[in-house]
Ligand binder design. Sequence first.
Ligand SMILES: C[S@@+](CC[C@H](N)C(=O)[O-])C[C@H]1O[C@@H](n2cnc3c(N)ncnc32)[C@H](O)[C@@H]1O
Length: 244
Amino acid sequence: METQQSKAMDDSETEQEGLAETIMARRFYPSVLGSEAWEGYTFSDLEIRIKESTDLYGAVLWPSAMVLCHFLETNRDEYNLTDKNVIELGAGTGLVTIVSSLLGAKVTSTDLPDVLGNLRYNVMRNTKNRCKYIPLVTELFWGPEAEQRFPRATHCFDYILAADVVYAHPYLEELMDTFDHLCQANTQILWAMRFRLDPENSFVERFRQRFHLEELYDLPSLRIKLYRAWTKAEGTKGRGEAAA
Ligand SMILES: C[S@@+](CC[C@H](N)C(=O)[O-])C[C@H]1O[C@@H](n2cnc3c(N)ncnc32)[C@H](O)[C@@H]1O
């Protein structure tokens, strides 16, 4: 006989699968291809067109970005981005930057120099005349550069957004230091994480030693989790409450 506990687990798995399907259904493809290839997404009741290329990690849109955008759009009362200072790390093709800008945030969108051209193009194409604040697209190589480009005395972010920035690359420590540097007393990190190999798991464990970590979504079919995190530094409010 089915126990109450196994029924609850089945219900939650079905719910998660439904959520994963809903999120992935936000992507559509143009029925008629013109001279330029793009993929379409719908967020904030608007069509967003993203141009990808296949030669770089950051030139492709990864499912984690869609998960984070879905969360931001469907939780906009609790995580109200209007007029908030937001920085995105590893913005890639720019969907998260675009959706947060459409939701009213002042966004600084960062990535490596090689992907900035395409990122800037997508961001401008999808935010022009649609957003309260024009997003700033700028270079950031994780590590010491974060301190030089965004000194804590003059740059205070309400949110740090990141989608699929942890994988088998050689800059995981620099990424951790960048989160650490940018995350101040009232900053919240919203981070969508795709699990592939061991480096991802050990990064989460090391991250948990430095930050408070809360799991917001667990989507096994996509192997993605969405986390909220905030600093453990002494003298802070402790729970990184959503900025008012
Ligand atoms: C897997 S892609 C994810 C892109 C985008 N966030 C998404 O979900 O579609 C990882 C991103 O991290 C960026 N990245 C990788 N190493 C980096 C580093 N050392 N400093 C800054 N960005 C880096 C890549 O250029 C790329 O845009």
